[in-house]
Ligand binder design. Structure first.
Ligand code: AMP
Ligand code: MG
Length: 415
């Protein structure tokens, strides 16, 4: 005792029955490696930026018009009905733009360079032309000029490492002159389903077997978090097969997720093999659903043992594995990827909490007037995956707390 592995705050000693906060803290002590790759801009949507991106240009690059209209001197247009001499046109992309002097106007298009001498724009709707003159019937506004560098200046870094590359972020990168980007390489995550009763969907079911769903659901969650799932063949409740699968996963993947076999049962072999041959840093979280998970390492590779109940595995992924993946990938807390937003909701019916445990009931959240309200509809059993489809949120009822109709509680609104 008294020896601690050198992996940050990752302890070799197992903690049992931890809070979700503690589970996140412990898991956060053992990360996946963060590597980069360069991608062409049009392949980078949905990825996480590996480093800060610096603008190669001022934005706008030059003073230009925000309107189709006339570039003028504001002083010439003080009186309504001013008549100005037209000296030419500035189009978007023009290189040869006339000067505007006293008593003159230059026709100008949106995005076109503002002629030297002009300091305001009149909208085309506020003018009438006749021959070589234009009559100004409305205001001449300096505010219709988009100034050089008013959005961004060259060398500035408006997009930080860890940001999710949304469509707007992609557009911003192009605006700044980047045709490719350094992004976080997608980690590979092994997804292993364990259980004698499981049959892959599509295959004939034998007596008392069920269709396996978790490896599909978890792989889908892994994909949604921007990683590559490696879904293996189902493992029977057999310790040698399980060991082989874990060894292969540790060799080929950045992390491992198992489903099933982590509870107290005789055939809960994931827990058993991890206790005997792996490294468990915590087992069981004080939450419902999703109480039995474990976290640790198998031959140096981080491993999450998720419960077999389908709702439990999805919920544990959402509140534990997803934040861990985000942190490992260096995803920014506010600008990076996530699976849920924390909100306050007013319950339209009572909710029963759980003794000693954080209670995450499935709830349907919707906007009603100024506030978010929530209700429940289906059976809440942790085996009922339909309850995750029929709802879009999870309550965050603190341990030993019930909620009455009309009470406002914390919740997760799933993305
Ligand atoms: P376990 O965690 O192995 O004790 O399993 C708990 C419950 O989840 C049992 O009802 C299992 O049949 C079910 N289960 C376990 N693994 C899966 C899976 N991959 N897909 C669907 N249900 C599962
Ligand atoms: Mg089982």
């Amino acid at each position: 005792m008294g020896r601690t592995l050198q992996l940050h705050r990752f302890s070799v000693f197992m903690e049992k029955g931890v809070s979700l906060e503690r589970a996140l803290e412990i898991a956060g002590g053992l990360s996946m490696e963060r590597n980069s790759e360069h991608l062409p801009l049009d392949m980078a949507t949905g990825r996480i930026l590996f480093e800060d991106i610096i603008s190669r240009v001022d934005d706008p690059r030059f003073d230009n018009s925000a309107m189709d209209g006339w570039a003028v001197r504001e002083a010439d247009c003080k009186e309504p009905g001013a008549v100005l001499r037209v000296v030419g046109t500035s189009q978007a992309g023009s290189t040869d733009v006339p000067h505007v002097r006293e008593g003159e106007a230059c026709s100008i298009m949106t995005g076109a360079p503002v002629p030297e001498g002009a300091d305001a724009i009149v909208m085309v709707e506020d003018s009438t032309t006749e021959g070589n003159t234009v009559t100004i019937n409305g205001p001449a506004r300096p505010g219709y000029i988009r100034r050089r560098g008013e959005n961004l200046t060259e060398g500035e870094s408006p997009l930080k490492s860890g940001s999710l590359l949304t469509p707007s972020a992609i557009s911003l990168c192009a605006t700044m002159g980047h045709d490719s980007l350094p992004v976080v390489r997608k980690p590979s995550i092994a997804v292993i389903g364990v259980g004698d009763e499981l049959t892959p969907p599509g295959e004939p079911l034998s007596k008392n077997s069920i269709y396996e769903s978790n490896t599909f659901g978890i792989s889908s969650l892994v994909k949604k978090m921007g990683c590559i799932p490696q879904r293996s063949d189902l493992i029977r409740d057999n310790i040698d097969d399980l060991r082989e699968a874990l060894d292969e996963a540790a060799e080929t993947c950045d992390a491992i997720i198992t489903s099933g076999g982590v509870s107290m049962g005789k055939w809960d072999l994931v827990r058993q093999i991890m206790e005997e041959e792996g490294q468990i840093s915590f087992w069981r979280i004080m939450m419902r659903p999703g109480g039995p998970p474990l976290f640790g390492s198998w031959k140096g590779t981080p491993i999450f043992g998720l419960p077999g109940n389908p709702v439990s595995s999805h919920v544990v992924f959402t509140v534990l594995v997803a934040p861990w993946i985000s942190q490992s990938m260096g995803s920014d807390e506010n600008l990076g990827s996530r699976m849920a937003n924390r909100v306050r909701v007013t319950m339209q019916e009572p909710l029963r909490g759980a003794p000693g445990k954080l209670c995450m009931r499935r709830i349907s959240i919707r906007q009603e007037g100024e506030s978010l309200v929530a209700s429940t509809s289906t059976h809440q059993g942790s085996g009922n995956i339909h309850s995750m489809v029929a709802h879009n949120g999870l309550s965050l009822l603190p341990p030993d707390t019930d909620c009455e109709t009309g009470e406002t509680i914390d919740a997760l609104w799933l993305c």
